[in-house]
Design a protein around this ligand. Sequence first.
Ligand SMILES: *[C@@H]1O[C@H](CO)[C@@H](O)[C@H](O)[C@H]1NC(C)=O
Ligand SMILES: *[C@@H]1O[C@H](CO)[C@@H](O)[C@H](O)[C@H]1NC(C)=O
Ligand SMILES: *[C@@H]1O[C@H](CO)[C@@H](O)[C@H](O)[C@H]1NC(C)=O
Ligand SMILES: *[C@@H]1O[C@H](CO)[C@@H](O)[C@H](O)[C@H]1NC(C)=O
Ligand SMILES: *[C@@H]1O[C@H](CO)[C@@H](O)[C@H](O)[C@H]1NC(C)=O
Ligand SMILES: *[C@@H]1O[C@H](CO)[C@@H](O)[C@H](O)[C@H]1NC(C)=O
Ligand SMILES: *[C@@H]1O[C@H](CO)[C@@H](O)[C@H](O)[C@H]1NC(C)=O
Length: 343
Amino acid sequence: MVVGDMCFLYKDIFVIKAPKKSPMLLRTAVLMFSMVCVLVIFSVCLKQISTEAKTKFIDFKVIDNLTRSRVKQTHIPYLLHYPKPVSFNRNECAPNPVMFFTILSNQRSGSGWFETLLNSHVNVSSNGEIFSVRTRRQNASSVLQTLDRVYNLDWLSSASKNECSAAIGFKWMLNQGIMEHHKEIAEYFKHRSVSIIFLFRRNLLRRMVSMLANSYDRYAKLLNGTHKSHVHSAEEADILSKYKPFINSTSLLEDLKDMEMKAEKALEYFNSSRHMILYYEDLMRNHTKLKDVQEFLGLPEMKLTSRQVKIHKGPLSDHIQNWDDVNKVLTGTVYESFLEADY
Ligand SMILES: *[C@@H]1O[C@H](CO)[C@@H](O)[C@H](O)[C@H]1NC(C)=O
Ligand SMILES: *[C@@H]1O[C@H](CO)[C@@H](O)[C@H](O)[C@H]1NC(C)=O
Ligand SMILES: *[C@@H]1O[C@H](CO)[C@@H](O)[C@H](O)[C@H]1NC(C)=O
Ligand SMILES: *[C@@H]1O[C@H](CO)[C@@H](O)[C@H](O)[C@H]1NC(C)=O
Ligand SMILES: *[C@@H]1O[C@H](CO)[C@@H](O)[C@H](O)[C@H]1NC(C)=O
Ligand SMILES: *[C@@H]1O[C@H](CO)[C@@H](O)[C@H](O)[C@H]1NC(C)=O
Ligand SMILES: *[C@@H]1O[C@H](CO)[C@@H](O)[C@H](O)[C@H]1NC(C)=O
């Protein structure tokens, strides 16, 4: 049922009038009845409006300007879903609605950490990067089939909470087929009322360091011969952060711009779906942001936890081999603040 539709009902209720010549008792009863109805429906509408009023703005350096006026979230109604999985029975939770969501992000933007936080909620199943497997994103029809399985709760992963999931989704990196098949996917998201959490990292230079270090470790395997993208202890983080990548300063400005443009494009493709925009840095600084996320997903609020530990801490100058070049290239540009910022 579309909650939004109910908000039109109140018009009809105002039309209920007691007949002029009916006994006093009947008129009072009709009046009371219509007042109760109005109250109930207003409370539903208010709840809906407060959930949808989550207008977020993207504020990358350049994108900022382009989108501030555009990405005003309109009142996009969403459907509540009651999936009927074939692989198990939802049992006593069958009457509970399920929110469909996806996390759209980029590698090394905190999405792994964010997903472990979400999955610590008893009613969330976020199934990881299911489109990292190439055959699932080969063409639009294999993408849509995969989506159907996920949202029907028939995708079984270690994150599945099965019958009592109140929000079901996964994370999707922008380089995993979503941009290539954006037309069909945007249509699907709209049609099935999938809510989107855009998770971006403001400091793209830090993201670059993390990407280079991670891809170096794929070969170097600094942790006793095992490659790890995420760690759970300060010692492991220390070892991984010892490697200082070299950043190509010739292409740096171009590369940063490309990263921004890609994020902007994604926003544009999917701006007609219900969405919120989150920044890694804001999550790090302010855990109450997680309240907004839970509200957006229509979840009962809980304290969320993750065991993951951040790898690169402290000033960036400690983490880049050719710091002087990088510093020179970015100073005086819109990206200058990346040199200073924490996180
Ligand atoms: C923002 O947009 C305006 C108008 O297009 C332009 O004049 C201004 O230079 C832009 N600012 C930035 C920081 O890009
Ligand atoms: C789409 O990809 C799937 C999986 O790789 C393949 O089996 C199927 O034949 C493809 N369909 C089309 C229409 O190309
Ligand atoms: C959340 O999960 C718990 C435990 O499985 C369940 O009792 C509860 O009904 C679920 N809440 C929602 C909103 O689905
Ligand atoms: C690496 O192996 C040594 C010896 O087996 C062990 O003491 C140490 O904790 C391991 N370090 C990591 C980061 O796994
Ligand atoms: C740096 O980028 C430039 C321009 O893309 C390229 O020509 C050059 O080979 C790169 N240098 C290194 C060391 O990768
Ligand atoms: C979505 O982006 C398109 C292309 O830039 C734009 O025409 C449209 O107005 C945007 N829609 C919303 C709801 O912002
Ligand atoms: C933290 O986030 C909450 C929710 O988004 C916001 O209301 C609050 O102002 C933020 N606090 C700080 C210090 O940024």
